[in-house]
Design a protein around this ligand. Structure first.
Ligand SMILES: N[C@@H](CCC(=O)N[C@@H](CS)C(=O)NCC(=O)O)C(=O)O
Length: 232
């Protein structure tokens, strides 16, 4: 059994989508990041950067202490771990596997951080700072352009097959998150086609629904602001 330390955010949804796609049994362990639970010492021991998602696989590869439990933090690493464990979405062909890893890293190193900061400066910053909005939301538009060009040449980000890269990227391009980022999806028709194909997948719908609408987008209260960003 896998314990998933989770809150319903785009990074959390990457893990629920992958677990659902792979048919792996998991127990959700909510970590209320708006209430500061990510800073609990027991969670920080598992996820040193105090961010969700993280997993503990109680049937893992084992360690020197003889325990089979294995913890993983960082969503991209979690997806790779689950793919290897389940032997799904982990191409045997080295070139195809490399393509998946490249686009998974593209998500983790670019889409997540830039979209995240765009959302922060547009929706969460206590004051509107044009420089931050222009910098990060400009990068967001640029990244949509990259994806739109690539998705004009193939069905999915890493090639002809749906992959970990799509599971990681879709939650960041889901409708409510697009609104937060002020993205008009009609400007990116190939991303629109790709996103609608992904959101029609039952496993994606199940993954996106875990804990439903607990996380409100924008306008955090004082407790949430202190938990997420420290005191302003
Ligand atoms: N690079 C990390 C980012 C994870 C991340 O930013 N998680 C957010 C939720 S989407 C979080 O836990 N925020 C809590 C905080 O910043 O205190 C990953 O991909 O797992």
């Amino acid at each position: 059994m896998i314990d998933l330390y989770y809150w319903p955010t785009p990074n959390g949804h990457k893990a629920t989508i992958a677990l659902e796609e792979m048919g792996l049994a998991y127990t959700v362990k909510p970590v209320n990041i708006l209430g500061g639970e990510q800073h609990r010492p027991d969670f920080a021991a598992l996820s040193p950067n105090t961010r969700i998602p993280a997993i503990v696989d109680h049937d893992g590869p084992g360690g020197p202490d003889g325990s089979k439990a294995h913890g993983v933090f960082e969503s991209g690493a979690i997806l790779m771990y689950l793919a290897e464990k389940s032997d799904q979405f982990w191409p045997a062909d080295a070139a195809a596997r490399s393509d998946v890893i490249q686009w998974l890293f593209f998500q983790c190193a670019n889409v997540g951080p830039m979209f995240g900061q765009c959302g922060h400066f547009r929706g969460y910053a206590p004051e509107k700072i044009d420089y931050g909005i222009n910098r990060y939301c400009g990068e967001t538009v640029k990244l949509y352009g990259v994806m739109n060009r690539v998705l004009g040449t193939r069905a999915f980000l890493a090639g002809t097959d749906y992959s970990l890269a799509d599971m990681a990227t879709y939650p960041w391009c889901a409708p409510k998150i697009r609104d937060l980022h002020a993205i008009d999806i009609d400007d990116f028709p190939n991303v629109k086609r790709w996103a609608s194909e992904i959101e029609s997948r039952p496993a994606v719908q199940r993954g996106m629904a875990v804990m439903g609408e607990v996380m409100k987008i924008g306008n955090p209260d004082e407790t949430a602001r202190a938990a997420l960003f420290g005191k302003p």
